[in-house]
Design a protein around this ligand. Structure first.
Ligand SMILES: [Zn+2]
Length: 494
């Protein structure tokens, strides 16, 4: 109840800000909950939308238990590269959901799942005692008439509305900027119109003007890596890849743990939430303003750094360090998070988040399960016949080996940094653990293997090994592959 009153108060303030007096009254339309568009309710794109992108920038603030959202601005953000069919489908992915309703009829016109930096922050230890503020953007096709835009958040298996605002697209508060023309956008591969494809855009951070050729080579290399891994390989024709040259005044990327601070165009940094290998970008507005030059569904920020790291947040952002020997793995792993909302299947490595929590509801990530559903594990149809669920898998032996690797890793890091010695330790770890996992009788099966999502107990992953679990030989498990294919199907209107 408190939440309901809270967003109503905000609706009034924000409605004024975007010049739409009609919503001063409480919203007339009943709030449609996530995923409850009327079955078969097909939204005709051209009837409701123009082929431009509306971007709603906002600040998401709060602590572990509270959310506050404040509107920053509403603007035109280039052409609409996203889907023009299946507009209200979300694949049930994401911690949050964007909903766009026609103001007059209350009809759900567009929905999309996403995660955000704020959601990550909320699960860290400092969020228990401090507040944080993060900038983020909602993007959807430009509505022809006034809409209500809302953010829903999952909460104990149901949805709670965090925020709602009204937007009149013809008002002076919806800023109709033209797409930036000074950016250099180039095509890496083009297979069709952006509306029919999944459009990936690479941007560089920490590349100086002299390093522009290196950025081009890095993008070409990374494109080939992505499309060497299934299901990306078979679906290459469903994807466009473009890149934007972004020139930084200095070379490299900020690493607070090493007291190395570098001024770069996008301001990416390692040590996000104080985890050394976690690289994120906190200047969302800078990223979006530059990215508006190219049609995109997903953005990959390539870091000109030899240090191990990256990060990927579903439908928000991803980073990958280009010059580490493990760039291949980081790229494809983070792309799984960013494009398909895949969860981390690993659980032994240290993370920034609070762990040791017993899941009370099924996680929404397609590749994680708490085995709470009465009808069985959520990927039941893919379980290899004859495989027990849960699946016994030599967990103790793996954990002992993984902890030993972890110890050596930290020892090497402390003594030598993350250079050649560290890479050697990681390579050895990969060989040992991959061998151990491959020897198991259920290797290659789909089942339910306990230990996933940073939790030793109570969370299960679909396979003994996967790109979301280990730095293995670059394969996603069958469940992860299907999840990526479903996103490709959605984005390409299949
Ligand atoms: Zn997997």
């Amino acid at each position: 109840m408190r939440d309901g009153q809270w967003w109503r108060a905000w609706t009034i303030g924000v409605a004024w800000a975007v010049g739409c007096a009609s919503s001063l009254a409480p919203p007339a339309a009943q709030v449609l909950r996530a995923g409850d568009a009327a079955p078969g309710d097909v939204i005709a794109f051209d009837q409701w939308f123009l082929p431009d992108t509306m971007r709603v920038d906002y600040f998401h603030s709060g602590n572990a238990t509270e959310d506050r959202i404040a509107l920053d601005r509403v603007l035109r953000d280039g052409g609409w590269a996203g889907r023009r069919t299946r507009l209200t489908e979300t694949l049930a992915l994401g911690l949050y959901q964007l909903q766009v309703h026609d103001q007059q009829s209350g009809r759900l016109l567009f929905a999309a799942g996403f995660c955000g930096v704020f959601g990550e922050w909320q699960t860290t230890a400092p969020a228990k005692t401090q507040w944080g503020t993060f900038h983020a953007s909602l993007r959807f096709p430009w509505p022809r008439r006034s809409v209500d835009v809302s953010i829903q958040r999952r909460s104990e298996g149901t949805w709670r509305e965090l925020w709602r605002t009204s937007i009149d697209p013809d008002s002076r508060f919806a800023q109709r900027f033209d797409a930036p023309t000074d950016a250099h956008v180039w095509v890496v591969q083009e297979h069709g119109a952006p509306a029919d494809k999944l459009d990936l855009v690479f941007l560089g951070d920490g590349y100086t003007a002299e390093e522009s050729e290196k950025f081009h080579r890095d993008v070409q290399r990374m494109t080939e890596i992505v499309f060497s891994v299934e299901p990306w390989r078979s679906r290459r024709h469903d994807c466009n890849v473009r890149a934007i040259d972004v020139v930084s005044p200095e070379s490299g990327v900020t690493r607070p743990h090493a007291h190395a601070f570098v001024r770069t165009a996008l301001g990416c940094q390692f040590s996000a939430f104080d985890l050394e290998r976690y690289a994120l970008l906190f200047d969302n507005r800078a990223l979006r303003d530059i990215a508006a030059a190219a049609p995109y569904d997903n953005l990959v920020v390539v870091l000109n750094s030899p240090h191990y790291g990256g990060g990927g947040i579903y439908n928000d952002q991803m980073t990958v360090a280009a010059n580490t020997p493990f760039a291949d793995y980081i790229l494809v792993h983070e792309l799984g998070h960013h494009v398909a909302g895949l969860g981390d299947e690993y659980y032994v490595a240290p993370v920034a988040y609070e762990t040791g929590l017993t899941p009370r509801v099924e996680p929404w990530e397609p590749n994680l399960s708490a085995l709470l559903a009465p009808q069985g594990v959520k990927w039941q149809d893919l379980v290899t016949p004859g495989t027990p669920v849960p699946t016994p898998w030599g967990k103790e032996a793996y954990e002992a080996a993984a902890r030993e690797s972890q110890r050596r890793r930290e020892e090497t890091l402390a003594a030598h940094g993350d250079g050649a010695e560290f890479a050697a330790v990681l390579r050895e770890e990969r060989a040992t653990l991959t061998r151990l996992l491959a020897a198991n009788q259920f290797a290659g099966h789909v089942g339910a293997f306990e230990g996933a999502g940073y939790e030793t107990q109570g969370l299960y992953r679909p396979a003994i090994d996967c790109l979301m679990f280990s730095r293995n030989d670059m394969k996603y498990c069958a469940v992860c592959r299907r999840a990526i294919e479903q996103v490709l199907d959605l984005q390409t209107g299949r």
